[in-house]
Design a protein around this ligand. Structure first.
Ligand SMILES: [Zn+2]
Ligand SMILES: [Zn+2]
Length: 569
């Protein structure tokens, strides 16, 4: 029993196998519905035992359950099968991927493979041979609830009338729309990664670095290497302090996998980070076949042993990688996004391993780590060997809005930053509309009147935000007010940070606070950057963020990763 878009092809295939009788179940259904009906038929027949005399009764029963009227008719005569050689080539290109029909077409073109047969027929022939899996891009679960088979989720589907299949119940998935339209009547073709034997050579691969690792990094890198070499645990977490250099630690795991001829994926949620990582990987592992995948990358289907990709692209991979390194596991847009975890698991070969890396693990991973279900490799110290700046909490009772006089302690912090440290200051606020208000509030402060244009605001929706950011980086003004937009990704040599209205628990959760605090003290020229949390009260999130940072420093001290002098201060 199976599905087909061209019955004569199936007829011929089975005739060659010695079957001379074939029935079609009509009417012609769209793929999603056909798949659903097929599952029910298979299930029913498995239960009652297949026999010709029961066919009509079972069809009737399944018709009732699936709400379509099914009837039997004889299959048309067979037609010649597509060329074997072309099917083999298509199969090789599809290997390790899950793709829509037009994507398979692009993959063939990109690899210079030309075929004469119709692509859908070629892929169907592979399906008949058991060489590729076929499923509707949007299918239904056993209860008939629609679910996307590419990104695995069901809440971002909308129903439409479809010109292609004529159904009024053709569902489209909005969750993965940027990868092309997954809908009920379109097929996804999937094929597990090819047998690896001999595909990539086994040789000793060691990363080439322009600097030497610190002891903290070296020890963590060795643990990462052992994780891969032993292959005992399926998952592991590198929990690193912000700015501690976790990528270099992951190289330990990478080198171990590459040395064994395994296929590796390094994935991050954001395109810019992915490009940056790709550049670094190229330098660290020259001679390794490598490719990059993101929304705008030109070539998407080239073979490679090491792939750097945005996490979205992972939704196109199928049982391909032995090791997946997932960087910034907590970062937008990955956090709380079930579909990307789904894609990751699916792109792993059976028995493959995932290495998560982050400074701020999402709650579910942190909980697993606490319960010792997930092994953790800690990297608690920055390369410069100074402790992480611990946040100071500044209580300003009744501080709810930017109005009235600037609280005295805030003025003190500003003065210390501007006059004492000569450092730039980033002030984080919990809402976009507060940015301009806080800028005005600060400018009203008499104390700094002579400084001119010393504070400006910046947020995601600001048209000139790139210009403002660049000017701040160049040091043209010392204080910038912003939203959590800049929580990561900004590194300035001399920087203090302040979180204003830090009691906003929804915006400033513990991970956001740890990331913000992680902006300070990143360079050895100014490792003592300050972190001020200005709040109406101490929230559990603030307390937890401080606890996490303190525990990193304690661990780094116990392991002897910190400069002795600095610790005594
Ligand atoms: Zn989807
Ligand atoms: Zn349709």
């Amino acid at each position: 029993m199976g599905l087909t878009h061209r019955p004569p092809l199936d007829r011929r295939f089975w005739e060659l196998k010695g079957y001379h009788f074939m029935d079609l179940v009509s009417p012609c259904l769209n793929l999603g519905t056909a798949f659903f009906v097929l599952k029910h038929l298979e299930e029913r027949w498995a239960a009652v035992g297949y026999s010709l005399s029961r066919v009509d009764a079972v069809l009737k029963e399944v018709s009732r359950r699936c709400k379509v009227t099914l009837a039997r008719r004889p299959a048309p005569a067979g037609q010649p099968l597509p060329p074997e050689e072309e099917a083999r080539l298509a199969g090789r290109i599809l290997s390790g991927r899950i793709l829509l029909l037009e994507e398979v077409g692009r993959a063939l073109a990109e690899n210079g493979v030309r075929v004469t047969a119709e692509l859908a027929d070629l892929l169907h022939y592979l399906y008949l041979q058991g060489e590729c899996e076929l499923r509707p891009a949007v299918g239904f679960d056993a209860q008939g609830v629609p679910k996307c088979n590419r990104c695995g989720q069901g809440d971002k589907l909308y129903r439409s009338s479809c010109g292609a299949c004529g159904s009024t119940h053709c569902y489209v998935c909005e969750g993965c729309l940027e990868l092309g339209e997954a809908r009920t009547c379109r097929a996804l073709y999937a094929r597990p990664g090819a047998e690896r034997a001999g595909m990539f050579p086994c040789r000793t691969v060691s990363p080439v670095l322009p600097f030497s690792l610190t002891r903290a990094q070296e020890e963590a890198a060795l643990q990462a290497r052992t994780f891969v070499e032993e292959g005992k645990c399926p998952r592991c977490l590198i929990w690193a302090a912000c700015g501690a250099g976790k990528t270099e630690v992951a190289y330990g795991a990478l080198a171990a996998a590459l040395s064994r001829g395994k296929e590796v994926l390094y994935t991050c949620p954001r395109r810019e980070t992915t490009k940056e990582i790709y550049r670094r990987l190229q330098q660290a592992f020259p001679g390794v076949e490598m490719t990059i995948l993101h929304g705008e990358s030109g070539s998407k289907y080239a073979p490679a042993q090491l792939v750097a990709a945005t996490t979205h692209q992972v939704l196109r991979c199928y049982r391909r990688f032995d090791l997946i390194i997932l960087d910034e596991v907590d970062a937008f847009p990955l956090a709380g996004d079930g579909r990307l975890y789904y894609g990751l698991e699916r792109s792993l070969r059976p028995g493959g391993q995932i290495l998560y890396m982050t400074a701020t693990p999402p709650p579910e991973l942190a909980a697993q780590a606490r319960r010792r279900r997930l092994p953790v490799i800690y990297l608690p110290a920055r390369p410069h060997g100074y402790p992480l700046p611990e946040p100071q909490i500044i209580l300003a009772r009744g501080l709810r809005r930017p109005m009235g006089r600037l609280p005295r302690p805030v003025v003190e912090c500003l003065r210390l930053s501007l006059n004492g440290d000569g450092a730039s200051l980033l002030i984080f606020v919990p809402a976009v509309d507060l940015v301009a208000q806080v800028v005005d509030w600060l400018l009203e402060c008499r104390e700094f009147e002579g400084l001119g244009d010393w504070v400006r605001g910046c947020h995601a929706a600001l048209p000139e935000r790139e210009t403002v950011l660049a000017a701040f980086r160049r040091g043209e003004f010392p204080v910038m007010v912003t939203t959590t937009l800049l929580e990561r990704g900004i590194t300035l040599p001399r920087l203090n940070v302040m979180v204003l209205f830090a009691h906003h628990r929804r915006i400033f959760d513990q991970n956001t606070l740890v990331q913000i605090a992680g902006r300070a003290g990143r360079t050895s020229s100014f490792p003592q950057g300050k972190v001020w949390l200005v709040a109406d009260r101490i929230t559990p999130e603030m307390a937890e963020a401080c606890r996490i940072i303190r525990s990193f420093n304690r661990l780094a001290f116990q392991r002897g990763y910190l400069r002795a002098v600095e610790r005594r201060q």
